[in-house]
Design a protein around this ligand. Structure first.
Ligand code: ZN
Ligand code: CA
Length: 505
């Protein structure tokens, strides 16, 4: 019985998406793209910022941002792949916009929630169980607890609504498209979680030890209400096979609760916080990826219950002779050495070294940063994968992360190994594998004729880099447990030292 049920469950989900580019005119495609970008790639608002100025993004730039976010070919055109992604069922929260970076999170760990109303698609108890299980996803990896209240005020409210709905600036769009939306702790509507009642909601619950306990998927009381919306969808032109698409309430709720707790969208396709709906292959799977766990723990810290703790590497010791670093940058008069979730603050010429956690300083910055540098505008740029974040005067700037394509990197560059800014020339060097790029901070453009081969211009160094920074006119390059001190003018290595020479070990 189990395999048959599983087959039906996956059949219900393995729908092809309702895209018919051939049936739409060019103009309709453009309208669809424009609407999508207006909704999910908001114009940025970064007042009072130097350096990375806010731009009144053109249609093409926003298409490129969207293509970068989803890892598509960055064509700047509304091509078939882009249209396909634009028509997938997804969350209504923008991928880029004013409330995308949402610090600092709730100021308490004991949160309450209330189910304001119910969907007729599911049994009430299945709605309650789905919502409870969605909260358990987050309480498993954080110190947060969620208790349900039946009346009065609650921190988080769960509500089903259609179209334009009361006291909400966002609206729903009928079947498919947007499935739900939620507001982060920094928003006036904090804690509001809304689901589009025009979708077919199902419970996809598996009780422990019982394979025959798929509630709701196959029973008449659930199939019937799900089918009720079919004529509606068909009248909109969706072929019959798409009209019984069902969405797993627990999964969508867990995603929306992620927003209500302060998380933004992730561009990691396996992450729960990825904007598009992706059913789990096995409904018993834990839906969080490491990216989601890193994100939520950056705000609230890990679970206090040791049995819930995912296995983590132990805290590195700064005097370990084998120590290596993820990234290093100056930060005003300090040098910060990043590793995992932590960084050491070093005050050159002073024996003091402080260990800090990234999340305490910059809650929306992820762990395992891969490169960082400070420019002449009191900004520090942090890189991870093909994204970067900017802090300005110790404050995280809104509207980040951005794709590194904004700096002029080609789509083929998936991560930066190390970055270092040269005060004397106003140039930033980016190291990627055995190549490097040079970026002009004044003109905010990549210099021409790059990338070049590192060993051609930095003789004596034939390693890839983990990290780099500048101090007193010298570049320091790090690989594994060693560092090279490089004289830029003489173009030669003038010393090879242990990594931790900065820590007075
Ligand atoms: Zn979302
Ligand atoms: Ca919808």
């Amino acid at each position: 019985m189990k395999s048959f049920l599983l087959f039906l469950v996956s059949a219900a989900f393995s729908y092809a998406l309702p895209i018919f580019p051939g049936e739409r005119s060019e103009e309709q495609n453009m309208q669809l793209a424009q609407k999508y970008l207006n909704q999910f790639y908001e114009q940025e608002n970064e007042p009072g910022q130097r350096g990375w100025k806010s731009k009144n993004s053109s249609f093409m730039t926003r298409i490129q941002e969207m293509q970068e976010f989803f890892g598509l070919n960055v064509t700047g055109k509304v091509d078939a792949d882009t249209l396909e992604v634009m028509q997938q069922p997804r969350c209504g929260v923008p991928d880029i916009g004013q409330y995308v970076l949402t610090l600092p999170g709730w100021k308490k760990t004991k949160l309450t929630y209330r189910i304001v109303n119910y969907t007729p698609d599911m049994k009430r108890t299945d709605v309650e169980t789905s919502i409870q299980k969605a909260f358990e996803v987050w309480s498993a990896v954080t110190p947060l607890t969620f208790s349900r209240v039946h009346k009065g005020r609650a921190d988080i409210t769960i509500e089903f609504a259609t179209g334009v709905h009361p006291r909400c600036p966002r609206q729903f769009d009928g079947p498919l498209g947007v499935l739900g939306h939620a507001f982060p702790p920094s928003h006036p509507l904090r804690g509001n979680v809304h689901f589009d009642e025009d979708e077919n909601w199902i419970a996809n619950l598996v009780e422990q030890g019982g394979a025959d306990n798929y509630h709701g998927t196959l029973t008449d009381d659930v199939v019937a209400p799900a089918l009720k919306k079919a004529p509606e969808l068909r009248s909109l032109g969706f072929p019959r096979q798409y009209t019984t698409v069902e969405f797993d309430l627990r999964l969508v709720a867990a995603h929306e609760i992620g927003h209500a707790l302060g998380l933004a969208h992730s561009s990691v396709p396996g992450a729960l916080m990825y904007p598009n709906y992706k059913p789990l292959n096995d409904p018993t799977d834990f839906p969080l990826s490491q990216d989601d766990i890193d994100g939520i723990q950056a705000i609230y810290g890990p679970s206090l219950n040791p049995s819930n703790k995912p296995v983590k590497p132990t805290l590195p010791k700064m005097c370990d002779p084998k120590i290596s670093f993820d990234a290093i940058t100056t930060l005003r008069r300090e040098v910060i050495f990043l590793k995992g979730r932590q960084f050491w603050r070093v005050y050159p010429g002073n024996s003091e070294v402080d260990l800090e956690s990234i999340s305490t300083f910059w809650p929306s910055l992820p762990s395992d940063i891969q490169a960082a540098y400070e420019n002449m505008n009191d900004q520090v740029l942090f890189f991870k994968g093909n994204h970067f974040w900017v802090i300005s005067g110790f404050q995280m700037q809104p509207g980040y992360p951005k794709a590194i394509g904004h700096l002029g990197f080609p789509q083929t560059v998936k991560k930066i190994d190390a970055a270092v800014f040269d005060k004397n020339t106003g140039k930033t060097y980016f190291f990627v594998g055995n190549q490097y790029w040079r970026y002009d901070e004044n003109s905010q453009a990549m210099d021409e004729d790059f990338p070049r081969i590192i060993s051609d211009d930095f003789p004596g160094i034939d390693e890839t880099f983990d990290a780099a920074f500048e101090h007193n006119g010298f570049f320091y390059f790090f690989h594994g447990s060693r560092q090279w001190k490089f004289d830029l003018n003489a173009k030669r290595v003038i010393g090879v030292m242990k990594n931790n020479s900065w820590f007075n070990c």
